[in-house]
Design a protein around this ligand. Structure first.
Ligand code: NOJ
Length: 751
């Protein structure tokens, strides 16, 4: 592949100097040379991102590009249109500056990978990187040179529809997978034709939208911004991400698009980010609606002054920056800094040397190889939540008949999930089709859709579903929620299985056969009510093009499940937000002090119950904890050690343990390391993920897994808002979930 891409670069005329990753000084010289020749209008033009309406190039867009009034176009993916846009920019505009062609390439392009939350459940950065690489190649073949991904918002509220696009609740997991994704999109040399610029979004705090309602207010103390929500973005800067996107959010009273603390103090002054920041869609004019700017001119002023370099979709920069400059409210340096940031990325991408795209020079789009990668990632993303009496895996040899039931069993669109603009449903292999292919003609497969959508309230087809289950050896139900129920602006206040799906499970259970429920969804759903009737539950997220073959492999034991939850599953929605890395509170609950609302006697006085941090009607435990997921085998952990157990701050500590496969089948296990810093200058989470490794073990095989903790790994922003590793006592756990109970202790000393 590498050789092919080098050949590609040569074929496309990438010159030795320009194509071979020109060094920073040379790029800066190019940027300054160009900047010196630009008029104010041309500078402002570079800061404008214009939507190609329905992917087309209107006369208006052509004229604007020709006049040098456009720096970037979004949503053009027809390669002829893209090439024509680039031709006009390069050959007909005065300075010949190429365009950034932006697109939401979120989880695949034509070949659709699992939604990012599903990818996170695989806990496999290598596969996430390969997936992003695959998507980059497919997109680049259409002329796309910039994706608005990865989304690295730490997301702790499944009501929020955009949790689907996230890597879940944990800053460490999100950081690792975000970096993997950036590497995949950008490759190791941004100037190669197979690289596309990535975008770390949405800076910052969008995942904490109040009440899980999209675009909601974000109130996060600075200490949590820095310790929880910012680390993935800092990791993205360190990984060389080319661009950032400002969040839609009002962060602590200042919308991100006008937030100087975020964009200037943190991103530029502290982190030295050299790329550019794009606003979100019309987020600059949204500042008027927020009540933060009086009009479009003031919105433009606030956004540029804060450090938002490019404006997506709205036109306040185009309409007002020249005037603000002339009035002396914005100075030349501020404008130039923004233009430099944009031009720098264009040079880094090698766009000046490579202005047209020949799809034939790229590897085949949606190839069998790409689909195989999608299948592998999907297989590892599937989480087995329950498996009573080991009803799974189904025995291929003895099974005679199977009922396949439900609205998500055979829907080539809904299995793809949110943000699949370019996804090709013709590539989708549905669970029903894959099961039929897997079992062949020897097994009778009885398919009953039972509900038109997951939201249907009718029960008329339930009798057919029950009949199919009665006459079969087992029933597999494909339930969940359609893709439209998650994603941007698709939050839900109630995250139960929609419609009459719970009744469908109950009805099918009455047939007396093993009931296996596979859930396809964009978020954790509150599935406790079906657990009594579902013998097994597999959580599949929205699995993408290869949903069927991956799910069939798990159902029939070709593969053992190995996905682990990247987000806590609540029992009821009222527990939200619920996440494993909570602070302890002063009155943490214990199981023996818990009282349930139904057990409280008449006229119990206030002092009759213990004062503990719980819900009288929902306890304090989630349904499933972060990091949880079952397998067809069992793993036993032993021999944990932390060495040295006492060390000076700065000396690395190694934590190791032995994991053994004590079951009957070979399987992967995701070994997880958690740490607690017992006393801090600010209170610390009860546990924090600090490392993980996916290992493959044969039956009876054991492996020692070790993790090294540097001072930096244990550092946090403390009371004085500086980042440090504080001396003191630590607990470390190694195991298969955030509930791991195998513990070793160590201590860090000041000298
Ligand atoms: C709005 C979304 O918030 C953002 O994530 C996306 O990249 C842009 N629209 C462009 O489609």
């Amino acid at each position: 592949m590498r050789a092919l891409l080098c050949a590609l670069a040569l074929l496309q005329g990438v010159g030795a100097n320009a194509g071979a990753n020109p060094n920073d000084a040379a790029i800066e010289a190019h940027v300054e040379g160009l900047l010196a020749r630009m008029t104010v209008e041309e500078k402002v033009g570079q800061l404008a991102q214009v939507n190609a309406d329905e992917g087309r190039m209107s006369d208006k867009l052509r004229a604007a590009v020709k006049a040098g009034m456009v720096g970037s176009v979004l949503n053009a993916v027809d390669v002829a249109t893209v090439n024509e846009l680039q031709r006009v920019a390069v050959q007909e505009s005065r300075l010949g500056i190429p365009l950034l062609m932006g697109r939401d390439v979120i989880h695949g392009f034509k070949t659709v990978l699992p939604i990012p939350l599903g990818q996170a459940a695989a806990w496999n950065p290598e596969l996430v990187e390969q997936g992003a690489r695959m998507a980059a190649l497919e997109a680049a073949a259409s002329g796309v040179n910039w994706t608005f991904a990865p989304m690295i918002d730490v997301s702790r509220d499944p009501r929020w529809g955009r949790i689907a696009e996230s890597f879940g609740e944990d800053p460490y997991l999100v950081s690792v997978l975000g970096v993997a994704s950036i590497r995949g999109f950008q490759g190791d040399d941004l100037s190669r034709p197979d690289a596309i610029a990535a975008c770390a979004k949405h800076f910052v705090g969008y995942g904490a939208s109040e009440g899980g309602r999209d675009y909601g207010f974000v109130g996060i103390p600075e200490v949590d911004l820095r310790n929880v929500y910012m680390p993935p973005f800092k990791a993205a800067v360190d990984a060389g991400v080319a661009t950032f996107m400002a969040a839609f959010s009002d962060v602590n009273g200042v919308p991100a698009s006008g937030n100087r603390f975020l964009m200037q103090t943190v991103l530029r002054d502290e982190w030295k980010f050299p790329g550019f920041v794009v606003s979100d869609w019309e987020s600059i004019i949204d500042m008027i609606v927020h009540g933060f700017a009086a009009n479009e001119k003031e919105a433009a002023f606030e956004a540029l002054s804060a450090g938002v370099d490019m404006e997506m979709a709205s036109t306040t920069y185009r309409d007002h920056l020249a005037e603000l400059l002339a009035a002396g409210r914005i100075n030349q340096d501020t404008l130039d800094a923004a233009v430099r940031n944009v031009l720098r990325v264009k040079f880094r991408l090698g766009l000046f040397e490579r202005t047209s795209t020949d799809p034939a020079a790229y590897p085949e789009v949606a190839s069998e190889q790409n689909l195989a990668l999608a299948k592998k990632l999907t297989t590892q993303s599937l989480v087995l939540l329950q498996n009573r009496n080991e009803v799974l895996p189904l025995a291929r040899t003895s099974l005679r008949s199977l009922a396949v039931i439900g609205p998500m069993a055979d829907d080539d669109y809904e299995q793809l999930g949110t943000w699949i603009y370019d996804g090709d449903t013709a590539l989708s292999r549905t669970p029903l089709r894959a099961i039929r292919e897997m079992v062949g003609p020897r097994v009778t497969v009885r398919y009953v859709r039972a509900m038109e959508t997951t939201r249907s309230r009718t029960t008329t087809a339930f009798a057919d579903a029950v009949a199919a289950a009665s006459s079969s050896d087992a029933a597999v139900l494909f339930l969940g929620e359609e893709s439209i129920l998650s994603g941007e602006a698709h939050s839900r206040a109630n995250i139960d299985l929609p419609g009459n799906q719970m009744d469908l499970v109950r009805a099918v259970k009455r047939a007396g056969k093993p009931v296996i429920v596979v859930i396809l969804a964009g978020r954790p759903l509150t599935i406790e009510p079906i657990l009594a009737d579902a013998d097994a539950v597999v959580y599949a997220w929205h699995p993408g093009s290869m949903a069927g073959p991956a799910i069939a492999d798990i159902l029939f034991g070709v593969e053992s499940p190995s996905g682990k939850l990247p987000v806590t599953f609540p029992r009821v929605v009222g527990q939200l937000p619920i996440y494993y890395a909570q602070r302890n509170t002063g009155k943490p609950p214990l199981p023996d002090t818990l009282v349930h609302i139904d057990d409280i006697k008449v006229r119990t006085s206030q002092t009759g119950l213990k004062n503990k941090s719980w819900y009288l009607d929902a306890g304090y435990e989630p349904l499933y904890p972060f990091g949880y997921g079952l397998s067809y085998t069992s793993f036993v952990y032993s021999d944990i050690k932390a060495t040295p157990s006492r060390a000076r701050v700065g000396v690395p500590v190694t934590v190791r343990a032995v994991v053994k496969n004590v079951g009957k089948v070979a399987a992967d296990e995701v070994v997880q390391l958690y740490v607690q810093d017992l006393v801090g200058s600010i209170t610390r989470p009860v546990r924090e993920l600090k490392g993980f490794q996916r290992v493959h073990l044969k039956p009876g095989e054991s492996r020692e897994v070790s993790f090294q903790l540097s001072a930096d790994d244990l550092a946090f922003y403390g009371r004085n808002m500086t980042r440090a590793t504080e001396p003191g006592a630590f607990h470390a756990w190694i195991g298969g979930s955030s509930r791991a109970d195998l513990r070793a202790d160590f201590e860090l000393t000041a000298d």
